[in-house]
Design a binder for this molecule. Structure first.
Ligand code: FES
Length: 163
């Protein structure tokens, strides 16, 4: 535990070796920041402020710099995420074809706001930019798979398939 009462984050020697390998791939080792943050997320479950500070130290960067990177990308989770992540596209095409109704239905079914995780840790709900399948709008991504041409019934079917 540190002074703020949070669990201390630290890579294993093997993970640190991977950090050094990634940093060695680039003329400027800061180019390895994104894959190292991905490694941190896999190791610690999410990127806490403590993890940002720890990773910053590995790159001789300020924690504020790492925080800016983490908060820019939607694929980094700053809180523990659910077992499943549903990301609803709310970019233009999906917006015009019903993304807000899809989000409203999901919020009602899950009882969470966008960015939230159900109390049982089953699902985290996100709103994201274009998922690059506009021809199937409205679209969402659930874990590693994509589902389009969404209707309320299809959203219900997707939810029923999540353990
Ligand atoms: S706007 Fe939603 S997939 Fe492109």
């Amino acid at each position: 535990m540190n002074a703020r009462g949070a669990v201390r984050v630290e890579f294993t020697p093997e993970q640190l070796a991977e950090v050094r390998r990634l940093q060695g791939l680039y003329p400027d080792r800061r180019a390895a920041l994104l894959p190292v943050l991905q490694l941190a997320q896999e190791a610690f479950g999410h990127i806490s402020l403590e993890a940002e500070e720890y990773v910053a130290g590995l790159f001789d960067l300020s924690p504020a710099h790492v925080h800016e990177v983490v908060t820019f990308y939607t694929l980094f989770f700053r809180e523990p995420k659910g077992r499943h992540v549903i990301s609803v596209c709310h970019n233009l095409t999906c917006h015009l074809l019903g993304a807000q109704q899809v989000l409203a239905h999901l919020k009602e079914r899950l009882g969470v706001e966008v960015g939230g995780t159900t109390p049982d840790g089953r699902v985290t709900l996100l709103g994201v930019e274009c998922l690059c399948a506009c021809e199937m709008a409205p679209m969402l991504q659930v874990d590693d798979r994509y589902e389009g041409n969404l209707t309320r019934e299809k959203v219900d079917w997707i939810l029923e398939g999540l353990a």
